[in-house]
Every structure is written in structure tokens, then in C-alpha cells.
Design a protein around this ligand. Structure first.
Ligand code: 13P
Length: 338
């Protein structure tokens, strides 16, 4: 696959007024989400839920790509059309989570390393054959007492770059996701320093391992106060610190940056993205690749009840539309009540 072809997939993933729906929760994670709505996590319920999301009328107007999980990429719509084929027919690029989750990092208490490199080339080739055109790998960096360590940052950056090189080899655009967690009472400034350092190490590894930067999408955290911090920074502060950090640490060849929501409320995630785009244009597209911030309200409205499927789809459409508006800085919190 040429770098031009990878770049055109990446451009489609960050097309104007659209963003990515992360629906790639692993089986344990989706079970946790279903537990919150008192619903059993069976294969049938998982298909029902994902089918509801993917077939929501009008969603392709605001959603450019959807990240699937291994089980989901093999499932079909209620009419028997494989999900990747169905999404492609709507102009939505199908993607696939390929990491095997974050595990304890040896000799580094409280820190994690993402696993999944063994056999990755073969798995990527299979996913490509199933229709995936981009992949996702999430690394997790925790802020705490004396952490993150350089060991943790460099081990995760190394793995992200090895994954990204393999994804490009297989013809898929790698979403490179180094997530600095919001958990903790750290300040916005600490999040800024850690995020800047992580991005520097990640881009240095990507360069070392010959990853073409115009064929990746970066999926970072926003620069934000820790969940338990006193005097958490407001929307304007988060937006300006995040853009400032990215301008200084993300090369302009990268076609797009698609944020994770990371535990922000749906409204916060939309407001932050809109505020950042309000003072664009930026060197790269600034978009979204939200999981919880797109799914929290449709999941709640569905509640595991088939009578609520249509109203849940309307919720997904609403969140997608509002985030679509945030892509040009045109979201306003008053739109929430309409
Ligand atoms: P959240 O938006 O819920 O953080 O999920 C995004 C994601 O894909 C994490 O890997």
C-alpha cells in the first residue's frame, strides 16, 4: 500500500464535520457497561446493541469511521450483512482494535504496558481481508506519585511504533493512542508536562521505526485537570492548553488528531472540541474518536429494552450531530436541550 493510499484513508477518517465512533469495547469492558444498565452481556445482546448504533438513521452524516472489536467485525446486521460491508456501503470506514489490553508493567508498580505484538502481522492481514482499513492500539500512561516513569513511557512508545509500522505494512492506517489518564488529583499543568513528554517519545519512536506520519491518526487525551483535582480548569483553559501542547509536540505531516473522551462527560467532550476548533485552522484536522462520550446516552436510553432501540438511535444521532458541529467550533451548550 502506498503512502498516498494510506493518506487518503486517513483523510477520510478525519473528513470535515465528522468523527469516529469508538465501539471497540473488549468483552470484559462491554460487560461492565451493560452491568450499568442491568443487562446481561451475551453475544446476542452485544450484537443487538452494536446493530442499534451502526444502523442509526442518518449517522453516516457525522460519523466517518467506526472502531470494531474482534467479535463485532465477524458479526452481521439483523439482515445478515457483515458489519464491515454494511459500514463501507454507508461510506463509513471500518476499523479494528488490535491491542490485547494493558497489563501490569514488570518492575514498575502502578504502571501498564499494552500487549498484543505477537502474531500481530497475521491478525492484521486477517482483519484487512474482513474489510478493516484502519486499526487502533491504546497505550495507557498513569499520573501519580513518581509516575509515569521513563521506562513506562518508552516501553509503550516502542510498542505503539511497532504496531503502527505493521499496520501500515498491512494497508491499514494506525490510530496511535497514547492515553494519559485523567484519574488523580493532578493539575492541568502536570497533565500538560506529561502529555508533552509522551508525545515527544512517541514521535521519536515512530520516526525510528519508519512509520509514515502522513498515514497515521493520533488519538491523544486532552490536556485537562485530573478528575479529583481542586479548581479544575474550565473549557477555555483546556482548549488552549491542549492546542498549545499539540502545536509544539505533533508534527504537521500528521493528517488528523482524533481525541478520546477518557471519562469526560459527553457535554464536556463536545464543548472542549468545539472550543479548540473555534480558534482554528490548525495544522491538522482536530476531530473526535469518542467511546463513552458518544455512547453513554444511547446506552442509557436503550437500557437493554428492545422498545427503546429507536430512541437510543436518536440519542446517538444527537451526540454525533453535536460533535459534528464541534468540528467547526459551532457547538453551543444550549443545543443540548433542543
Ligand atoms: P473513550 O472516548 O471512552 O475514552 O474511548 C475511546 C477509546 O477508544 C479508548 O481506547
Amino acid at each position: 500500500m502506498s503512502s498516498t493510499e494510506l493518506n487518503s484513508i486517513a483523510q477520510a477518517m478525519v473528513a470535515p464535520n465528522k468523527g469516529i465512533l469508538a465501539a471497540d469495547e473488549s468483552t470484559p469492558t462491554i460487560a461492565k457497561r451493560f452491568k450499568g444498565i442491568d443487562t446481561e452481556s451475551t453475544e446476542v445482546n452485544r450484537q443487538t446493541y452494536r446493530n442499534m448504533l451502526f444502523t442509526a438513521p442518518g449517522v453516516s452524516e457525522y460519523i466517518s469511521g467506526i472502531i470494531l472489536f474482534d467479535e463485532t467485525i465477524r458479526q452481521t446486521t439483523n439482515e445478515g450483512i457483515p458489519f464491515p460491508e454494511y459500514l463501507t456501503s454507508l461510506g463509513i470506514v471500518p476499523g479494528i482494535k488490535v491491542d490485547k489490553g494493558a497489563k501490569e508493567l514488570a518492575a514498575c508498580p502502578g504502571e501498564k504496558i499494552t500487549e498484543g505484538l505477537d502474531g500481530l502481522r497475521e491478525r492484521l492481514n486477517e482483519y484487512y481481508a474482513l474489510g478493516a482499513r484502519f486499526a487502533k492500539w491504546r497505550a495507557v500512561i498513569t499520573i501519580g506519585n513518581g509516575i509515569p516513569s521513563d521506562t513506562c513511557i518508552s516501553a509503550n512508545a516502542h510498542a505503539l511504533a511497532r504496531y503502527a509500522a505493521l499496520a501500515q505494512e498491512s494497508g491499514m492506517v494506525p490510530i496511535v493512542e497514547p492515553e494519559v489518564l485523567m484519574d488523580g488529583d493532578h493539575s492541568l499543568d502536570t497533565c500538560y508536562q506529561v502529555t508533552a513528554k509522551v508525545l515527544d517519545v512517541v514521535f521519536s519512536e515512530l520516526k525510528n521505526q519508519k512509520v509514515g506520519l502522513n498515514g497515521i491518526i493520533l488519538k491523544p487525551n486532552m490536556v485537562i485537570s485530573g478528575t479529583d483535582a481542586n479548581n479544575r480548569a474550565d473549557v477555555a483553559m483546556v482548549a488552549s492548553a491542549t492546542v498549545d501542547c499539540l502545536i509544539s509536540h505533533v508534527p504537521s505531516e500528521v493528517p488528523g488528531i482524533a481525541f478520546l473522551s477518557g471519562g469526560q462527560t459527553s457535554e464536556e467532550a463536545t464543548a472542549h472540541l468545539s472550543a479548540m476548533n473555534e480558534f482554528g485552522p490548525h495544522p491538522w484536522q482536530l476531530s473526535f474518536s469518542y467511546g463513552r462520550a458518544l455512547q453513554a446516552s444511547p446506552l442509557r436510553v436503550w437500557g437493554g429494552n428492545k422498545n427503546n432501540l429507536e430512541s437510543a438511535q436518536a440519542e446517538l444521532l444527537k451526540r454525533s450531530r453535536l460533535n459534528g458541529l464541534a468540528r467547526t467550533g459551532n457547538y453551543n451548550p444550549q443545543m443540548e436541550s433542543v
